[in-house]
Design a protein. Structure first.
Length: 84
């Protein structure tokens, strides 16, 4: 998840969270994950795990969620004189 200060401070209606539509677009929602993945994230956040452990859990989930749709790492690559 990445956003800028303007969105966080000016665009999201924090009095309407979690129903604010921009909040829903910017912040991952629990139902975007399987129950197992949601629990893995929840556990690593609650048990005081290190940043590295949290990142590892997030990365393992991300890799299961089609991180490169439409073959963007192989087909959406700039060519120079016909070569990558």
């Amino acid at each position: 998840m990445r956003t800028n200060n303007y969105v966080v401070e000016e665009v999201i209606d924090w009095s309407n969270v979690p129903n604010d539509p921009i909040f829903k677009l910017v912040f991952p929602q629990p139902d975007m994950l399987s129950p197992e993945d949601f629990n893995a994230v929840r556990n690593v956040l609650l048990d005081g795990s290190s940043k590295v452990a949290r990142r590892d859990v997030a990365e393992s989930i991300r890799m299961k969620l089609n991180p490169h749709p439409a073959s963007q790492k192989t087909e959406n690559v700039p060519l120079v004189n016909g070569e990558y």
